[in-house]
Design a protein around this ligand. Structure first.
Ligand SMILES: [Zn+2]
Length: 468
């Protein structure tokens, strides 16, 4: 048996997922993600370590930009094969790639002007990594496949997608390689979701696998869970309502925004909060929510029941989708308590900045954080208790209530990762731990080895493994 697996990204770091599988003269790329860590972004500009035209197919686990964000570059540089993924991933990835391309174009223009003004040169060229045209050129290659459907990707190589329970359409991918009457199975975990989350089904589990590549984003941590997300949310909505202010929720477009709507819908149905207006003020989140509506076949039991009873969280009385910038500005003139869910999730851009400007100085308003805030972002400094913050070039005192609800994470933590991988009935030949900061990779690798006695590898960036 001759299979070569190369670790070209998400190796001792969390973004830029990219794994090259070579067997039977076939070359497959599992994920083609963008590096997002500042110190690793230079890798986005480096040439691919293989000619993109030599690649037979891309298998995409899900639509997060750290898994799909380099596809337009791959296509511009010659890739012409198919990009296999689930129908929902295909639709969401196209929304996300267009947005990423827009950001690249804006960024390049902004840097060009600044460098011109300051008469200096930056470390990267002042051109976008790829354009919206590059992103669009990749769309015809997307080839939707359903969960559980066996996809022949080449001579003696087939792939099957399974629900990962991470975001809508997310997958774990099993690849079976056949050589001289023998089979080997490789399982790529993608991002492992969690059990009992709203809307989505639980992560798929497997009984038998030869090789597994497992993520470890939270491999060194246990999630801090609130007693009840609904309870915390109800308290925040009710107290802000009594104070007469607004609730501003900086949120990611994919999954998090839909989960907030799910919880708000539930609280409204149970009459635990007053009937306030809820505005989803993000064209990207609105487009993603449309994909959710089109793919109700992916919902878990509870969510399917809500849809059957016509109690959809994407369609409740008081929910308004805000498309244009003018409509968004008009929200400032509404009196009485409203909730505005807007991007970006860490307040680094998007419409949420305008809503922060009008609400952060109001003691009766609440800024509610529902996601991870990376160091160096505006969201992080607000969460960390900054007394004054700079938004859109102006300084503002922070007088609003700052609230945070934990428990929304869509990544399995250390114990959930262990639960997922130990559903295997027998030891795999080897497990590769990837997609985590170096510390998380090492800690989870040791933890997994101690708990199972299995062969565990923690491949470095660029490492190659020859599988038998
Ligand atoms: Zn993800």
């Amino acid at each position: 048996m001759q299979i070569k697996l190369s670790f070209l990204g998400a190796a001792h770091n969390v973004t830029g997922s990219r794994f090259l599988l070579e067997a039977n003269n076939i070359r497959l790329l599992v994920d083609c993600g963008l590096y997002q860590e500042r110190k690793l972004q230079y890798r986005n500009w480096e040439p691919f370590s293989f000619p993109p035209s030599s690649l037979d197919a891309v298998l995409l686990t899900h639509a997060h930009v750290d898994h799909c964000g380099l596809i337009p570059k791959l296509v511009r540089e010659g890739f012409r094969g198919r990009i296999y993924c689930t129908p929902a991933t295909s639709e969401i990835a196209q929304i996300i790639l267009l947005d990423a391309a827009h950001l690249q174009e804006e960024d390049a223009e902004f840097k060009r002007r600044r460098h011109e003004r300051e008469n200096r040169k930056g470390p990267f060229p002042e051109i976008p990594l790829y354009t919206t045209d590059d992103a669009r050129a990749s769309f015809p290659l997307f080839t939707p496949v359903n969960y559980q459907e066996v996809v022949p990707v080449g001579e003696g190589v087939r792939a099957t997608f399974y629900d990962a329970g991470h975001v809508l359409g997310s997958s774990m991918i099993k690849i079976t390689v056949s050589q001289q009457g023998e089979n080997r199975t490789l399982l790529f975990s993608g991002d492992v979701g969690r059990w009992d989350k709203p809307i989505l089904r639980d992560p798929s589990v497997f009984k038998e696998i030869d090789y597994a590549v497992i993520e470890s984003t939270y491999g060194d941590r246990i999630h801090q869970e609130p007693a009840d997300i609904g309870e915390s949310l109800a308290e925040i909505v009710n107290s802000t309502w009594r104070a007469g202010g607004n609730i501003i929720v900086p949120s990611f477009a994919l999954q998090r925004s839909q989960e907030i709507l799910f919880h708000m819908n539930e609280l409204l149905l149970d009459n635990r909060i007053p009937h306030l207006m809820v505005f989803l003020d993000s064209p990207m989140a609105i487009n993603v929510t449309e994909v959710f509506k089109r793919h109700s076949e992916l919902f878990d039991k509870e969510m399917s029941q809500l849809i059957r009873q016509r109690k959809s969280p994407f369609d409740f009385p008081g929910l308004k989708m805000v498309q244009t910038a003018d409509e968004s500005k008009a929200l400032n003139h509404i009196s009485g308590t409203i909730m505005i869910i807007a991007g970006s999730g860490m307040c680094t851009g998007g419409r949420v900045k305008h809503h922060l400007v009008t609400n952060i100085t109001r003691p009766d308003s609440t800024i509610l954080f529902v996601g991870y805030q990376a160091v160096g972002t505006l969201g992080r400094s607000i969460v960390d208790g900054a007394k004054r913050v700079r938004i859109l070039g102006q300084h503002y005192p922070v007088r609003a209530r700052i609230a945070q609800i934990h428990g929304f994470s869509s990544h399995a933590d250390r114990d959930e990762l262990l639960r997922w991988i130990t559903s295997l009935r027998s030891a795999p030949r080897r497990v590769f731990v990837v997609h985590g900061e170096s510390k998380a990779v090492k800690q989870f690798g040791r933890f997994l080895r101690a708990n199972t006695g299995w062969k565990i590898s923690m491949p470095e960036y660029g490492a190659e493994a020859f599988l038998e």
